[in-house]
Design a protein around this ligand. Structure first.
Ligand SMILES: *Cc1c(COP(=O)(O)O)cnc(C)c1O
Length: 423
């Protein structure tokens, strides 16, 4: 698309945006009594107006029915995880049997590693990206130590080449080949939280499998942001949270994917609970765990209904909008932001965009590395009504989200940003 640096052009794009009605389905935070420019949907997505209704319905059913709500409420609580399956399957490109909403992200990461990281004397290494989200780093480190491994030896963290900000797929594949004989697990972000790089899930998975290792992905910043094809790409497992692009509320219920090829693999070691047990005899309270087929067999506890209600409210919007349509708008929205930023500083003297230029290597987010005065610029943005995200040492992350952000907001952000760096 050929962009123009003008308010009227931005407004024109908004007028012809086929998804424009969705903004009105969200509650927009205000700063100084005016709607904020909310560019942190990558951190906490906004609240759909319908969330209250979904949660209220559960509160009403609980009040009216008590325990009977498990079977007789409008969305019977016993089967609640099933109501999210269709939408989640579409979002991550999976079969319903392969996805489930459960727990929290880091919990799911541990559960998946229990099954898919079982080091042997020969195969014990994990390959991941350097600078992964802290919780993932702690999960990897603690899993390694739990198995008596030395993280300094067994955890291979890949860094970009000198002078580059993001990893090249060929370098990831090369590292996998190099460590192949000792490799147990390859685990990457879907979209890297700090740089915004969208990793090539297909190529990473293929390389991992060729090496004889499992491939897993943390989709915290990918789900609801970029279209995914976990089934086709062959990933063994994936985990995600629902409070970022999925707008399901702070601390909302997370999700997990296990590929169909492991669906009937009942002997795969795992940590189990009653909700993962064969649902036909779940209430017989018998000895002997028999997992449900598919990822449902990894569930531990009964479903958190209030958090699940918020999840359903949001997933309904995603089904109406369609992830492919959202992606189309997102490419334009983030592309416009990049275009305007480059107009401000064509030679990257004040700042550098860390996020890849290639559209298929990024989602909504651009990570702007400030060469000087980063914190000052960030504070000026905040005062002017922009809600963005600051990451040490010097990065401002901005994520225009296609469900509720507009081209006009991108334009206004760029104007505010330009003034802030020239102050
Ligand atoms: C947001 C995020 C988390 C957060 O973990 P929780 O268990 O949801 O608190 C973990 N990993 C990544 C990559 C994230 O982006």
């Amino acid at each position: 698309m050929n962009f123009i640096n003008s308010l009227s052009f931005a407004r024109q794009l908004d007028r012809t945006d086929p998804l424009k009605k969705f903004r009105n389905e969200f509650l927009l935070p205000k700063v100084n009594k005016k709607p904020a420019i909310y560019f942190t949907g990558n951190s906490l997505g906004l609240q759909p107006k319908s969330t209250k209704k979904f949660i209220n319905e559960e509160l009403q059913d609980w009040a009216k029915l008590g325990v009977e709500g498990h079977v007789h409420s409008r969305r019977p609580w016993l089967y609640y995880h099933k109501f999210t399956k269709k939408a989640l399957a579409q979002l991550v490109g999976a079969k319903p049997l392969e996805v489930v909403a459960m727990n929290q992200l880091t919990v799911n990461l541990h559960l998946m590693m229990v099954s898919f990281y079982r080091p042997t004397k020969e195969r014990f290494k994990i390959i991941t990206e350097a600078g992964a989200f802290s919780s993932d780093q702690y999960a990897f480190e603690s899993q390694l130590k739990w198995h008596g491994q030395n993280p300094d030896e067994a955890l291979i963290e890949l860094k970009p080449r000198t002078g580059e900000h993001t990893l090249r797929t060929e370098d990831i594949v090369h590292a996998i080949e190099t460590h192949a004989a000792q490799l147990a697990l390859v685990i990457f972000g879907g979209v890297q939280y700090y740089t915004g790089q969208f990793f090539n899930i297909k190529k990473i998975t293929e390389a991992a499998h060729k090496a004889g290792a499992y491939a897993g992905f943390d989709l915290a910043h990918a789900v609801g942001n970029v279209p995914l094809n976990l089934h086709r790409d062959g990933a063994d497992f994936a985990v995600w949270c629902s409070y970022k692009y999925l707008n399901s509320g702070p601390g909302g219920i997370a999700g997990a994917f296990v590929h169909e090829r492991h669906a009937k693999h009942v002997d795969l070691p795992r940590f189990s609970g009653w909700w993962g047990h064969n649902e036909k005899e779940r209430f017989q309270m018998k000895k002997g765990f028999v997992p449900m087929p598919g990822v449902d067999g990894w569930q531990l506890s009964n479903f958190p209904i209030l958090s699940g209600a918020a999840h359903l409210a949001s997933l309904e919007i995603f089904q109406q909008a369609g992830i492919k349509n959202l992606r189309r708008k997102s490419i334009a929205l983030t592309g416009y932001l990049e275009f305007l930023l480059k107009e401000i500083d064509p030679h990257e003297t004040s700042f550098t965009i860390l996020t890849p230029e290639r559209v298929d290597e990024r989602g909504c987010q651009l990570s702007i590395f400030m060469n000087t005065n980063g914190k000052k610029v960030f504070n000026t943005l905040t005062k002017a009504g922009v809600i963005a995200d600051w990451r040490e040492p010097n990065v401002i992350r901005v994520a225009p989200v296609p469900l509720y952000n507009t081209f006009e907001e991108v334009f206004r952000f760029a104007e505010i940003f330009k003034k802030a760096i020239h102050r």
